[in-house]
Design a binder for this molecule. Structure first.
Ligand code: SDX
Length: 380
C-alpha cells in the first residue's frame, strides 16, 4: 500500500454508505428532512423517532413514543447509587462528567436484560431506554455534585424541559425548553463523524449497542470533536478575562494565530463554507441573551467579533459547538455538562447507525502502510 493511497485522518474517504443522514456543503439532511425544516417544525422526540424507527411519526406514533420515553426515564438503583459517589471523583479532577456518563451507560448495559441481544427489536428497545435515561444520568450527576437530592423525572415535561428540570430543580421557561429542544435536534445526527464511526467499528464485530455507545462517548469527549462545545466556552472566558486586563480581542486572536492554537468551535472536516447548524443555534441563543440582559448580550457580541476575525483572517467558519457554548452558558448550564448533553442527543444517531450496521454488516477492517524498521534477525 503506497502513501499515495492513504489519507491522513481518512479525510474525504467514503468509508461506507448510510440511509440516515447526508452532510453536504449545501444542506444537512436526516432521512430526507432538511435540518432547518426540522429545527423550525419538529421536536426532539419526533426527530428521535425519525432516526430510530426510520420514518416521520404519525401523531399516534409520536404520542406512544413519547409515553414510552417518559416511562423509561428512571434509573436502576445501582446506577443511582454509583452517581451518589461521583462528586469526589469530579471534584478531584480524576473524572469529568463525560467519564461518569460513560461509566453509567456501561452499567446500564450490565443491568439491561437485552444487552447481549443484537436483534433489531431489542436494539430499538435498548436505544429508547438509553435515550430516556441519559438525561436522568446527567441530572442526578449534577444534583450529587451540588450536594442536592436527585431531582426525579417529571412526566408532565417534554424531553428537553425534563433535562433542564432534572439538572436545576427549576421548571424551565417555554423559551428555554424550546432552545434546548432545538439544540438536541441539531446535535442528533451527523453521518460518519468520529464518534459515530467508532460506534460502527465496534458493533461491526457483532458487539452490542451498549459497548458501541460506551466507545462513542469516549470518542465524543475529545475537544477536537464533541468536547469543543465546553472548550469553546472556556476559550471565550479566557478572552473575556484578557480583555478586562487590557488585551484587545484582536490582539488575543493574533497571539493565538502566532501560537498556532486551534480555536475551539471553529472549523470542520467536511463543512468548508460553514456549519448549517451554527447559524440556527446562534440566533436562538442570542434571543435568549437579549431577554436575559446586557451581560449576556456582551458575550454574544464578543463571540461575533471572534467569528468575524476567524472568517476575515483565516476564512474559517464556526461549527455548531461555538454557538452551543454561548447558548448553554446563557442558560446557566454548568460548562462540564455541555458535552454530556451532546450525548443525550447523539445517542439517537449512534443507535440508528448501530442498527443499520448490524442490518447489513461486514467487519470494518482497513489496512495500513508499514513504515517501521526493515527486516532483521533476532539472533543476528
Ligand atoms: C464536531 O465530523 C463531524 O461531523 C463532527 C461534528 C458532529 O456533529 O459530529 O460536526 C461535531 O466535532 C465539530 C468540530 C468540533 N471541533 C472543534 O471545534 C475543534 C477545533 N477545530 C479544529 O481542530 C478542526 O477544525 C477540526 C478538527 C474540526 C477539523 O480539522 P481538520 O479537518 O483535520 O483540519 P486541520 O486541523 O488539518 O486544519 C486545516 C487548516 C490548518 O492550517 P494549516 O496547518 O494547514 O496552516 O485549518 C486550520 C489548521 O491550523 N484550522 C484551524 C482550525 N481548524 C482548522 N486553525 C485554528 N483554529 C481552528 N479551529
Amino acid at each position: 500500500m503506497s502513501a499515495a493511497n492513504t489519507k491522513a485522518g481518512l479525510e474525504g474517504v467514503i468509508a461506507g454508505s448510510t440511509d440516515i443522514c447526508s452532510v453536504e456543503q449545501g444542506a444537512l439532511i436526516y432521512r430526507g428532512y432538511e435540518i432547518d425544516d426540522l429545527a423550525r417544525n419538529a421536536t426532539f422526540e419526533g426527530v428521535a423517532f425519525l432516526l430510530l424507527v426510520g420514518h416521520k411519526p404519525s401523531a399516534v406514533e409520536l404520542k406512544a413514543f413519547d409515553s414510552e420515553l417518559k416511562a423509561n426515564r428512571a434509573l436502576p438503583k445501582e446506577v443511582c447509587d454509583f452517581l451518589k459517589i461521583t462528586p469526589p471523583m469530579l471534584k478531584s479532577g480524576s473524572a469529568v462528567p463525560m467519564d461518569i456518563l460513560r461509566t453509567a451507560v456501561s452499567m446500564l448495559g450490565n443491568l439491561d436484560p437485552q444487552c447481549q441481544d443484537n436483534s433489531p427489536e431489542a436494539e430499538r428497545a435498548k436505544a429508547k431506554r438509553l435515550t430516556a435515561q441519559i438525561p436522568t444520568v446527567i441530572g442526578h450527576m449534577q444534583n450529587a455534585l451540588e450536594g442536592k437530592a436527585a431531582v426525579a423525572p417529571d412526566a408532565s415535561l417534554s424531553h428537553a424541559a425534563n433535562l433542564l428540570w432534572m439538572m436545576t430543580g427549576v421548571k424551565p421557561t417555554a423559551k428555554a425548553a424550546r432552545v434546548m429542544d432545538v439544540s438536541l435536534i441539531l446535535y442528533a445526527e451527523h453521518d460518519y463523524n468520529a464518534s459515530t464511526f467508532s460506534a460502527r467499528v465496534i458493533c461491526a464485530t457483532l458487539s452490542d449497542l451498549h459497548s458501541a455507545v460506551t466507545g462513542a462517548i469516549g470518542a465524543l469527549k475529545g475537544p477536537l470533536h464533541g468536547g469543543a462545545n465546553e472548550a469553546a466556552m472556556d476559550m471565550l472566558k479566557e478572552i473575556t478575562v484578557a480583555h478586562k486586563a487590557g488585551t484587545s480581542v484582536e490582539d488575543w486572536m493574533l497571539q493565538a494565530f502566532a501560537d498556532k492554537r486551534k480555536l475551539m468551535g471553529f472549523g470542520h472536516r467536511v463543512y468548508k463554507n460553514g456549519d448549517h447548524r451554527a447559524g440556527i443555534l446562534h440566533a436562538l441563543g442570542r434571543e435568549l441573551a437579549e431577554q436575559k440582559g446586557p451581560e449576556w448580550v456582551e458575550l454574544f457580541d464578543l463571540g461575533e467579533r471572534v467569528q468575524k476575525i476567524m472568517l476575515d483572517d483565516k476564512q474559517i467558519h464556526p461549527n455548531v459547538d461555538f454557538p452551543c457554548g454561548m447558548t448553554y452558558f446563557t442558560m446557566d448550564i454548568p460548562v462540564p455538562q455541555y458535552t454530556p448533553i451532546f450525548v443525550a442527543s447523539r445517542i439517537t444517531g449512534w443507535a440508528a447507525h448501530v442498527m443499520e450496521q448490524h442490518a447489513h454488516n461486514r467487519l470494518i477492517r482497513p489496512v495500513s502502510e508499514y513504515t517501521g524498521p526493515a527486516l532483521s534477525g533476532w539472533n543476528s
